[in-house]
Design a protein around this ligand. Sequence first.
Ligand SMILES: N[C@@H](CCC(=O)N[C@@H](CS)C(=O)NCC(=O)O)C(=O)O
Length: 214
Amino acid sequence: MSAVLYSFRRCPYAMRARLAIFTAGLQIEHREILLRDKAPEFLQASPKGTVPVVVYDGTVIEESLDVMLWALQQNDPENWLCGSDASLDLIAQNDGPFKQALDRYKYASRHDGNPEKWRVIGAETLVEYDTALGQSPYLLGSKPRLADMAIFPFVRQFANTDRTWFDTQSWPHLHRWLNEHLASDRFASIMKKYPKWQAGDPPTLARTAQPRQG
Ligand SMILES: N[C@@H](CCC(=O)N[C@@H](CS)C(=O)NCC(=O)O)C(=O)O
């Protein structure tokens, strides 16, 4: 039986999991979850109730980064795991301080109602990315690595919070990098729309996966 992925299309954590699963070429059963109406089977598998979650052979993987590593350790045709310590450092910065600033910027009314303050804080990380991307095409060199794929869905979310503002910032390298990811066939494949899953539905096998290499 295929592994099951519980996912939500617009969640950046779920996007990074789908990017890795797609690139590893794994066949999975995709179950689309609505965050406001979570399937009981999903909550039973993972009571903390966040997506993405992978379930296979009685094992439950509840963190997006662990899902990426699980997929890529089976097949890593583009060597995303190369230099993974440096990737993990960047991802920790993204998932910690940057994500905190992103949430307080995007959902200001749920926090201190001061989005500009948090936009400035988040932008400090984006300036660092722009500088790195001015020195090499990707965050850690000439090829995309785990960090690029784990981080760009969050930069996308930051950009989309106020696209006009983002587009007028002088971050040419960051704009190039983000646009390249967003325009890729890979991204289009993992953003395919699925109806909300419910128990009893015929399995939806992700059919868009790349063929295995190596
Ligand atoms: N640390 C988790 C975070 C996942 C997460 O927070 N996902 C959000 C959606 S983007 C979620 O499921 N939130 C639960 C909810 O909104 O009910 C991971 O990396 O997988």
